[in-house]
Design a binder for this molecule. Structure first.
Ligand code: HEM
Length: 1167
């Protein structure tokens, strides 16, 4: 597993495909990559093991069912009950084929792969545990029918999935061989089923158990249960297989991930991009000038380029998440005539199964009769092949197994091997056609023999073996292979499922008929044998019809090459690519109904939503959880079974229930689930090989411990991790953290490279609709667009009067403090200012905190509490919802939660007011436009202007606009006041710029921005204050990132932390010191234009998700600092560096929790 696991996830060998922006080129790169590969053993094994299990399950049951009949219905002559069970299995199979085939097209192959296997494993265990209960409290028949139906669904699902996955991973030249090998696993499964039953019968016979019924009951349960072993093995592999590249590119519209996966799977990182670059122009030229027929005549090895004659077409795809589009269905199936292909693949399968399974080969009577060992007289139970007085029950079952092994399996194994060998060499459609005809001839021969000779024997056995051989080296394999080749990716699963389901329909019909007409029953007498002969001849008609349908409706999947004559069964054939075959009967003229038309009808909003659904960051737990929910259920029942071995006199499934074992089983399942998740994260995850603490890679509880229990300490742990592990560290099971001053532009690019936030952000902020917590790139872009104009530089300048008014108010309050000589906490004062500004901006009316006697001292603390709560909400987002319904005293146990809930209530009232203002014509009411009124009047879809949107937006915008800036202002003030020379130099600069202090608040912003020392102080303040201290995770959904030698797979969460960069001594020497001079030209004589360091100052983030309020924050900072230090003389009051040093990450930085703030006394006023 380890080797294959590594092989499937070779993250370090993939390339970064960023350079190739042309979608078509990328598509072709993937097709070429696939076509260059050899025989895909991994894929064949992963698909084949499941098919092996199908073979085992189906055919082990053929052996097990007579045993079941012996145990539960010993004396019953009618085989009707077995027919019910068989029909239930077949009906389940039909359902599974249809449903899972369709779902594989809709949701992706990978998502369905494994689920169907879990179902198969679970239901096989269900079958194993069927019982009559205590004193027949349950109906074993009902249980058997139920579980066999489930088995059927699992088996059925495997048909389209294994075929489609194999064909989509296969290079054209090996496709048929790979499919034939997968299909060959079914006879191998049958053989194993037979061998296991032989061994079980022999072992049981040796034990010489006196109670025969008990012995046989144990026997059939063993025969069926052992099949679970290959199922579990297959499951492990299936969890690891990636989505097929063809699905990703054609349906999921994710060419980059497809290419990445393709290269990872095959470790082929060499030439495709060069090839693409080299051939791109030629290809386009060729595709427009060369006609399709000529293209097809090129050799496959050199012409894979020319095969993509669809390069200028819209891709053969719906180009979005798979949607059942009536228009496309009508066009593809009806207008282009491909219904004939579907009818061809379905009808041939139906006719084959109708005829072949109609002869009831696995019936013990039939097998014994054919062998010539049937020794019964009069009506006999189906399990009994010998009713002489000294007949031994073990011998009967043993004989049935041996006969099945010879008659059924020799032929199918040899036929399967021949198929693998010739699948590429012979024309598959011809093989099917002539196979049908050969079977017809055989049926006629056998039928004639039964009619005329009236007895079976060696010749019949030989003919049946030959029949099995032709069956498997012909129609049985080709009806499975061809539907996986001839349909386009968007319908491949569905059409294969429909074709296979038609086959099962044929088997069901024939079962029903055979029960009614007793086709397979072998009561002695020539009349019966003769009747059977006639039926065989009737069935031969079905075979002839199969040949006719194949001839007219099944399209060729190979073509002759080099103009050489096309031989009947083969010759120089070349397998066509899936892309060419997918075009169907109209060939190159076939253009699917692209979403382009539909896209125009959809609003940007829905596009954003779609994008959100498609581009979720990867999550192992989500996938593993689905599997394990099913597996845990099955495991629970199974272990209960082990704990209490089968005893058909007791009901051990539903009754006899005790709490302790069940609880233990549930605990065991949970442990198993977490052990698997842990194993996956440590060894199989695409980011398993990145360095970092094992505990952090294993579980999110590591982050929880540091951020929730130790109150915002994780960011400091990250710093330590970098010291220990280097510049890239795995900090959680799904997240990498990078510390490299020059790598910011890669992780935080502009809009041209779509980048998402991680979806946990909306959980953490508890505001799914706000701009700040919108994870998907496109949706975010759309939500942010109407807010941007308010926060542009021009807009901030235009409405800088709002800040001026607040700065004046603050001045007035400071004058009051000067008079009273009482200390004032600058954090409180600045938070009052910033909240007044942002509330005015958002609602049109400020909260007027500056006007309140105590200036709302709780603002700062409450917003910090909200930041701390975010760490908890990230893990338990439901707390906010549940909290609403809990009594006040319960909520009050967590002060942060209480504050957040109160705040939400208040915001709801405000949001209501905004919406009602909208009705009344708010424009007259306010002197400047406001964010929320404009938002609800914009032309966004209604969902984007709801009360919840306004609430969510204010829940983030108001805190973001308050505490960050207030913290920066108070920290910077502390440093100015504790460094006399800085204070003096600042005061001098301000005095020279604005000689009259009463004019300072009216001084235009641009003039202040030109003051070099003030500007240097602000830069240094932004660097050292860590106003936004937390890391900022990003997800590049569709591109791999290359960091040094590391390739980071698409969809991985990657974060960087500016506060770590801002304290890196290599970039900022003596980082703990407040030194505005480092930003001045004079202190950097060699600096090019005083800009070298600015590149590394990133307090507002980078890229398309940088701070929305950056310009507003700068304006507030310039105007407030200038006005306070120009007008007043301040002195620190019982304040030390511990009151500003950041020791907690509550999104914004927070100093120690018992700090009394940055307290100052106003000691003088300046002129
Ligand atoms: C010194 C003051 C401020 C600092 C240091 C700061 C810092 C940041 C940072 C680093 C981010 C990016 C987070 C990320 O990358 O995920 C951010 C985002 C944001 N900030 Fe600020 N901020 C400040 C002031 C403000 C103000 C005054 C507002 C008021 C409008 C504001 C509103 C926002 C919003 C809405 C976002 C989310 C943007 C988005 O996701 O598109 N910030 N801030």
């Amino acid at each position: 597993m380890g080797r294959w696991g590594r092989r499937l996830y070779k993250t370090d060998r993939a390339r970064d495909f960023d350079h190739e922006q042309d979608r078509n080129i990328r598509r072709r790169q993937i097709y070429e990559t696939i076509d260059r590969q050899g025989f895909q053993w991994v894929v064949v094994l992963v698909a084949g093991v499941g098919f092996f299990l199908d073979g085992y399950t189906l055919f082990a049951s053929n052996i097990a069912l007579p045993m079941i009949a012996y145990v539960f219905w010993t004396e019953e002559v009618s085989s009707l009950k077995l027919t019910y069970i068989n029909v239930a299995t077949l009906a389940g199979t039909l359902l599974g084929q249809l449903a899972i085939g369709f779902l594989a097209d809709k949701n992706g192959r990978k998502k369905m792969y494994g689920i169907e296997l879990v179902l198969l494993i679970g239901s096989t265990l269900g079958v194993v545990m069927c019982s009559t209960g205590t004193h027949h409290s349950m109906s074993v028949l009902t249980w058997l029918i139920w579980w066999r139906t489930m088995v059927g669904i699992g088996v059925g699902g495997d048909y389209p999935l294994s075929a489609v996955i194999t064909s989509e991973f296969a290079p054209a030249k090996h496709r048929a061989k790979m499919l034939a090998t997968v299909f060959f696993m079914q006879p191998l499964g049958q053989v194993s089923g037979n061998l296991v039953s032989l061994i079980v019968v022999v072992a049981s016979k040796r034990q010489g158990e006196a109670d025969l019924i008990r012995a046989v009951d144990i026997m059939w349960r063993w025969v069926v249960a052992i099949g679970v072993v290959p199922g579990v093995v297959a499951l492990v592999f299936r969890l690891a297989i990636p989505e097929t590249p063809r699905f990703l590119i054609d349906i999921d519209d994710n060419p980059i991930k497809a290419e990445f996966d393709a290269n990872n799977l095959w470790g082929d990182s060499s030439t495709s991009s060069e090839l693409a670059r080299g051939t791109r122009r030629d290809t386009i030229h060729l595709s427009t000038t060369t006609d399709a027929n000529r293209l097809h005549d090129e050799d496959i090895a050199t012409s894979s380029v020319t095969e993509w004659d669809c390069m200028d077409d819209p891709p053969t795809t719906l180009n979005s998440n798979w949607t059942l589009s009536k228009a496309d269905i009508v066009q593809y199936f009806w207008q282009e005539g491909n219904w004939r292909t579907l009818a061809g693949t379905s009808l041939t399968w139906l006719l084959l199964d109708f005829g072949f399974y109609g002869i009831a080969l696995s019936n013990p009577h039939f097998l014994a009769k054919t062998w010539g060992s049937l020794n019964i007289s009069g009506p006999t139970p189906p399990w009994k092949t010998d009713n002489s007085p000294d007949a031994n029950i073990y011998d009967m079952f043993l004989n049935t197994s041996v006969h099945a092994l010879v008659i059924l399996n020799i032929g199918s194994v040899v036929g399967g091997l021949l198929m693998i060998f010739f699948a590429n060499r012979l024309n598959r459609v011809s093989l099917q056609k002539y196979g049908f005809l050969a079977l017809a001839a055989l049926f006629i021969a056998l039928g004639t023999m039964f009619i005329t000779v009236h007895k079976a024997g060696a010749v019949a056995v030989a003919l049946y073996i030959l029949g099995q051989l032709i069956f498997n080296f012909g129609p049985n394999a080709t009806t499975y292979i061809i539907p996986a080749e001839v349909f386009p990716t968007r319908y491949r699963g569905t059409c294969h499922g429909i074709s296979a389901a038609a086959g099962k329909l044929g088997s069901i019909l024939v079962q029903v008929f055979s029960a009614y007409y007793k086709f397979g029953s072998f009561t002695p007498g020539n009349a019966q044998t003769r009747r059977y002969g006639i039926i065989l001849i009737v069935f031969s008609i079905a075979m002839i019809l199969g040949a006719v349908v194949t001839h007219f409706w099944v399209p060729n999947v190979q073509e002759k090459v080099d103009g050489k004559p096309h031989r009947i069964l083969g010759g120089n054939t070349k397998t066509l690519t899936l892309e060419v075959l997918g075009k169907g009967r109209s060939g190159p003229r076939s253009l699917p109904v692209t979403v382009r038309q539909r896209a125009n009808q959809r609003s940007a909003y829905y596009k954003g939503r779609n994008y959100a659904e498609k581009n979720r960051p990867f999550s192992d737990t989500r996938e593993i959880r689905n599997y394990y929910l099913l597996l845990a259920g099955a495991g629970t029942i199974f272990i209960r079974f082990l704990e209490q071995p089968p005893n058909y006199s007791e009901c051990w499934v539903l009754t006899n229930y005790t709490l302790a074992p069940t609880t233990l089983l549930i605990l065991f399942s949970i442990c198993l689930y977490y052990a698997s998740v842990g194993f996956y994260r440590l060894y199989l995850s695409p980011i398993a090989k990145f360095p970092g603490p094992r505990l952090a890679a294993l579980t999110y509880w590591y982050e929880f411990y540091h951020n929730v229990l130790r109150r915002g300490q994780f960011v400091f742990e990250i710093r330590k991790m970098h010291e220990k592990y280097g510049p890239i560290v795995r900090i959680t099971p799904h997240e990498l953290h990078i510390q490299d001053k020059d790598y910011y532009d890669e992780v935080y690019p502009g809009s041209h490279k779509p980048t998402d936030k991680h979806s946990s952000i909306s959980r953490a902020l508890g505001t799914s609709l706000s701009v700040a917590s919108t994870a998907p790139h496109k949706l975010h872009k759309m939500r942010r667009a109407p807010l941007n104009p308010f926060f542009s530089k021009g807009s901030v300048l235009k409405y800088s009067g709002i800040i001026q008014t607040c700065a004046e108010k603050l001045g007035t309050r400071l004058e009051g403090f000067y008079e009273s000589k009482t200390p004032i906490d600058l954090r409180v004062a600045f938070a009052a200012l910033t909240i007044d500004v942002i509330s005015k901006y958002c609602y049109g009316e400020s909260y007027n905190s500056l006007g309140k006697p105590d200036m709302d001292p709780d603002i700062y603390r409450n917003i910090s509490s909200f930041g701390e709560l975010a760490h908890l909400l990230k893990y338990f987002p439901w707390i906010m919802t549940v909290g609403k319904f809990l009594p006040h005293w319960v909520v009050a146990l967590n002060r942060n939660l209480l504050i957040a809930l109160n705040r939400k209530e208040a915001l709801e009232v405000q949001a209501q007011a905004v919406l009602s203002d909208k009705e009344k014509g708010y424009k007259k009411k306010y002197d400047s436009p406001t964010v929320f009124h404009e938002l609800v009047n914009s032309n966004l879809p209604a969902e984007e202007k709801s009360i919840t949107r306004v609430m969510d937006e204010s829940m983030t915008l108001i805190p973001a606009g308050t505490v960050t800036t207030a913290h920066m202002l108070s920290t910077t003030s502390y440093h100015i006041l504790s460094n006399r020379h800085i204070l003096q130099r600042l005061q001098k600069e301000l005095q020279e710029a604005v000689p009259d202090s009463s004019h300072i608040t009216k001084t235009p912003l641009p003039q202040l921005e030109h003051l070099p020392y003030l500007t240097a102080i602000i830069k240094e303040g932004l660097r050292i204050s860590h106003a936004a201290v937390t890391r900022n995770p990003r997800v590049a959904p569709d591109r791999a990132l290359q960091f040094q030698d590391w390739t980071i797979p698409p969809g991985t969460t990657v974060s960087m932390t500016a506060s770590i960069l801002h304290t890196d001594p290599a970039v900022f020497p003596e980082p703990q010191k407040f030194r505005p001079e480092r930003w001045l030209q004079e202190s950097q004589p060699n600096a090019p234009a005083n800009g070298s360091l600015e590149k590394y100052l990133i307090p507002f983030g980078k890229g398309s998700r940088n701070c929305l309020g950056m310009n507003l924050a700068y304006a507030e900072i310039y105007m407030t600092l200038a006005s306070v230090f120009r007008r007043f003389e301040l002195e620190l009051y019982e304040t030390t560096s511990e009151d500003v040093d950041i020791v907690h990450d509550f999104i914004a930085g927070s100093p120690r929790l018992d700090s009394k703030g940055v307290r100052v006394v106003v000691v003088g006023k300046r002129d």
